[in-house]
Design a protein around this ligand. Structure first.
Ligand SMILES: NC(=O)CC(=O)C(=O)O
Length: 273
């Protein structure tokens, strides 16, 4: 099943030399990516406050498995996302969890921007039919730098990445599942845009394309550096991609092209006004 596949992939990535510090899984890896499936595959996810789990909350089997994967491999893990069912409300969210090498959850992000699009005859999807939207932005501190996270459609909203970068994140990482219509249009462009605008690393991790699936995932997991160059990219098949987060390169980019300190908030003030 999917947990076994994820477990094997994390172990394989962790066994590579040099050993990675951080491993990332894709969006909705425990369920078909379909609004009709999210409730059936949903699980409880512990609450997280100030980077630590709130004691006494229950969890589903995918969360327990993700803890074990991080702990067994001794790595930081962004555990992709799974459909979460919320205690009390029974609302469903598209929820990401991140783990430290001890298997403790350090961050929980609910997809903020729901994927509701209609490109007639090509791609129609309405996550809001079954999902509720998240209401907070998420990042976590790790020894290799502060990491911001979003989920898939969140990448289309530049504010999230900009806020993360301004709060000191060295990377924005998005488990994601674009499709064969929007992937060729925007998958790489969006990552390069977020990276170049904010001079940070940007990575998106996709499920591989399954020929029999109703939703045809684009695949192409990739990593973009602070100059906007694609430094690693898979194709549509199952793969592990590797890249370094080079903070010296990030600093050099910001020194040579100092846009991050040249912004004119005195002129454009608050864009949400
Ligand atoms: N699946 C998504 O959330 C987003 C997507 O496919 C797109 O923005 O395109």
């Amino acid at each position: 099943n999917n947990i076994a596949v994820a477990r094997k992939a994390v172990a394989a990535a962790a066994a590579s030399v040099p050993k990675p510090d951080l491993i990332v899984l894709p969006e909705v890896w425990n369920s078909p990516y379909a609004v009709t499936a999210f409730r059936e595959y949903s699980e409880r996810v512990p609450a997280v406050k100030d980077g630590a789990e709130v004691a006494g909350t229950t969890e589903g089997e995918s969360i327990t498995a993700l803890r074990e994967m991080a702990r067994d491999a001794g790595v930081w893990l962004i555990g992709g996302s799974i459909p979460e069912i919320e205690d009390g409300t029974e609302n469903i969210y598209n929820t990401l969890t991140a783990y430290n090498p001890e298997g403790k959850i350090v961050a929980k992000h609910r997809k903020v921007h729901l994927f509701d699009i209609d490109i007639p005859g090509r791609q129609t999807f309405k996550e809001s039919e079954t999902l509720s939207a998240g209401t907070w932005l998420t990042s976590f501190e790790a020894p290799f730098g502060k990491i911001g996270v979003g989920i898939c459609y969140d990448v289309r909203f530049p504010e999230m990445a900009m806020i993360a970068a301004r709060q000191g994140c060295v990377a924005m990482i998005y488990p994601a599942a674009f499709n064969t219509t929007t992937g060729p249009m925007h998958w790489t462009l969006l990552q390069r845009s977020r990276a170049n605008d904010n001079q940070i690393y940007v990575a998106m991790c996709s499920p591989a394309r399954h020929p029999g699936a109703a939703y045809q995932a684009y695949g192409h997991s990739s990593v973009v550096n602070p100059l906007g160059d694609v430094v690693a990219e898979a194709d549509e098949t199952e793969a592990i991609v590797y890249a370094d987060i080079d903070t010296d390169m990030l600093a050099t980019t910001r020194r040579n092209l100092p846009v991050t300190i040249q912004r004119r908030f005195d002129v454009y003030d608050d864009v949400s006004k």
